[in-house]
Design a protein around this ligand. Sequence first.
Ligand SMILES: [Zn+2]
Length: 251
Amino acid sequence: MKNSAGRKALKSGSNFSGSNEARKGGLLHKVSTSPSVRPSTNGPEGREFGTGQLASRIAASGYASSDVTIVAISHLHTDHINGLTDGDRPAFSQARYVVGQAEWAFWNSTDFTGTPAAMHATFIQRKVLPLREKMAFISAGASIAPGVTSMVAAGHTPGHMAFLLESAGRSLLLTGDTANHFVASLQKPDWEVSFDMDKGAAASSRRRIFGMLAAEKIPFIGYHMPHPSAGYVETLDTGFRFVPVSHQFLI
Ligand SMILES: [Zn+2]
């Protein structure tokens, strides 16, 4: 995060947190009889650091990686695509993939040589291009599976997507990297985040997405949110406050 001089302005204490660190987590979502996964996955390369656990977590939930039929990709940053392959093989052998049209076009149409994004572009060439034949490219409002719809939340990357899950009258939004930190990015949505490629658009997306979630009391899962990753937002001053889910999904 930038604005480090302003960190004291964050109400970290009232959020019962003394840390500004962010975390990472993925999601397995079952639609009918076919699981899909929101790929926010660090892969084998992350295991020595304690990440890259998606395959083992899927196994612990009673599924195999080969049961996954749809992989919905919020954006193509490395920590969200690293787990798409395991070695040279696709990690989800039976899956097809969806990714934002604008996201794909950006990373495949620009020469990033000598820019800060060059590392990402090189990684995408290695990890994602081999999966090209199984990919579909989507825009806002795309129906990915029954009850799973895309929403554009651009700014973090040019084609960053959120995914709305709807089932039995209840909703849950997968926000990806719309917010990178559960206090700073929500309480100060206009603060610039170093990882956001278009700072203004990212701030605008944060206000729009989390404003909607607050107004409609819809819970969300954010990739970098702290355990249990799922929560609500309530309006606080000029931003929002993260309220982790505790019992709400059980009643
Ligand atoms: Zn990202």
